[in-house]
Design a protein around this ligand. Sequence first.
Ligand code: FRU
Length: 519
Amino acid sequence: MKSIPTIAAIIFIASMLTASSFASAQQQTYDQPYRPQVHFSPERNWTNDPNGLVFYHGEYHLFFQYNPFGDTWGHMSWGHAVSRDLLHWHQLPLAIPEQNGVMIFTGSVVIDRTDSSGLCKPAKECIVAVYTGDGDTPDGHRETQNLAYSLDDGRNWKKYEKNPVLDLHLADFRDPSVSWDEERHHWVMAVSLPREHKVSFYLSKDLKQWTHASDFGPAGDTNGVWECPDLLRVPSEGKHGSLWALKVGLNPGAPQGGSGEQYFLGEFDGTSFKVSDEEGVHGWTNYGKDDYCAISFNGIPPGGQPVLLGWMNNWDYAAKLPTSPWRGQMSLARKLSLIRDQNGLALAQDPVIDSLRKGSVPLHLKESSGNEGAAATLSPPYELDFEEVNPSANSFGVRIYYDDQHWTEIGFDKAKGEFYIDRTRSGEGAIPAFATKTTAHVVPGRPYNVKVIIDRSSVEAFAQNGTIAMTNLVYPPTASNRVLFFPSSSPQTANVRAHLWKLASVWQGADRGHGPNSR
Ligand code: FRU
């Protein structure tokens, strides 16, 4: 009789020990060198593109290309994380696994509010994933569009038994971006024909039967394959109405090298997309090297700004990044708007970050303020905003020193008319094609300002009111940063107005995975 409570006690104590060592293991998990502190990264293993971004029942869902078995690309399946603020992410179990040699490639999740698909029963509505199945068939390699559905807020998924729903018998046909057309009451799919440099549009009433409506492309840059299209309506500041943006990934062959993303601005009339004839209708969603396959969230309440989030990486070197036990991370979420000024149109991006500001860090204003002339010395994550106060012919910006030999420089080169991030000395010389300076043309009529978010392994900059987004990974040799302005080291003598905020780590104080986002 006695032995029973004893065994129960042993089991209880053992399970308590396991729970507490699990919690401390989790804490360590998110504290390795280079582990992002304000960006999403999976606890372990490989990730690439974000998938199925959707806001549903108060949660933002981030599905992502995921290899459950290792830290290189393979066995592609959908990983899953949820957040209530787009910053604190809680990773959930695998959502949609590879099955019978068919990998689950990139796609969307839509909210089927009227059970148009008939897949939601007995519920009245559900969420439906539309993804590319990639695998070999007796007739060769095939990419087809498929459905899976969830009746419990994305925790469990079932594949539709009559998959695929769209099959052109092609080896390259992928990355469906699906949304509901409020005006015309049907589903719209933008899907890529990568080698033809085309985005095809299909329409459907029930997500199962799709009718071809039109093709867009080739257009703009066609140096590489076209992947990960996204069609979204972008509200405009000011009196003119919104426009549509069609964004498409290009790999390789982007101007910065490797993979990159271009956008077109225009009109979508329900069946086809036409580029507008205003100035500024073609640009790059990101002028850095590390933002790819960004897509926007479905389910944002009417009137809300569209939110875009990408894979912070480049196919040039994604498999070689020096991180463990995970490889790959996401960009910050950015709110999109359209700017229409005397210089034409531009897509503007504003990162979601403010709620992590912990208070402003004073910047030393005098050259001889100690810290070897640095305006501040700190470690990531932090936000640095600066703008030119008295326009001059000088170039200006900041250098973030890691040690005397290694730094990253962020600035405006006024002679060349460029905004740039130079990471040639950032410390990751061992990775081929990594040491680069990325540049974007500035528009002289727009303000010379920039907001920079610095995490342990990335620099994300939003210059000229967010019309230039530039995201670059960095792998510095130390975690200590000395911030120096130039042409002289203090912001005051460098003629800039600057603010620095220390950011709270999303892992700080959170009981990882057991915090406010867990359910
Ligand atoms: C882009 C991409 C997509 C594809 C996925 C596979 O990064 O090649 O076109 O669906 O990755 O992981």
